[in-house]
Design a protein around this ligand. Sequence first.
Ligand SMILES: [Zn+2]
Ligand SMILES: [Zn+2]
Length: 348
Amino acid sequence: MSLPPRMRAVVFERPGSFAVTDVATPRPGRGEALVRVRASMICATDQKILAGRFPATRFPHVPGHEFSGEVVALGEGVSLAPGTRVGVEVHVGCGICERCREGMYTLCLNYGKPETGHAHVGFTTGGGLAEYAAIPAAALHSLPERVSFEEGAWTDNLGVALWALERGRLAAGERVVVFGPGAIGLCAAQLARAQGAGSVTLVGRGDRLARVRDLVDAVVDVTAVDTLSATADLVVEFAGTADAARSAILTARRGGRVVLGGSTGVGTELSGVDLSTIVRGNLDVLGSLANPKGVSGRALTLLARGEVDVKRLVTHHFPLDRFADAWRTFSERTGGAIRVMLHPAKES
Ligand SMILES: [Zn+2]
Ligand SMILES: [Zn+2]
């Protein structure tokens, strides 16, 4: 197919300011594929990027890091069949540093240096809130036949959720408590059940808890979190606040594990935890960042098998040109918004 020289894209022009506008269609460089974006979501991290809280992001910036599409053109050194349906994971390491060699490309020592091959799609390089995106082939997962574009847009998120469970060494039959009924927390809760958790309790606040009640064994409002004190074998936190991190630690039983995955921005301090809770409690308190070691590929396998339902977590749909409405819907959680999906590619 012939590619248009210009395309529609969301552009973060400078901190606090965005527009949907025409930009040059990216050309895939060496090791990259051009993806025609079919489904692309907004997440709270995009709000942090727009606010200028990611120092490695350079404005003007095309955001978008939760998306899927089809391969339409190839850069040098890439062999993928045109038309391949792909989901994107967003961390691409340099491949050479010590962390990359361990498979921990999410911790690449050359973060933010594109000349080394590093890319953080939608953060340090252009993302998927656009009609087309040039993406390193190392970030692409071909979607299983039974996974739709809308589901495939969850490739990165599902990997993040599954990695937190792997960090926490979930064993079959265990009592699991998940903090944070947002998109990632709800993926983690469902994946925990799929992996044989004995029970999964979701902690959060507001209407959202009631709406997702059937995805878990129990829900507890955050105001009653004390009732869970010292009960859980494994606690997974995707709420992103210091309060939630503290409650997560207090919710683990002695000898249990706590995985903190929500607070990915700098500037949030943990306080209010008696150290003896951790030391005398013999707790494993673990940080979990993103989705290394190909975990997103494994997550897609579980998605294809129907072990996790992401479709119902997409509460709203918009064409790309209505990004402003989509952004407002997501930011204000209008109508109980969990994930808001944009559909950049015009139907052909
Ligand atoms: Zn995200
Ligand atoms: Zn590296």
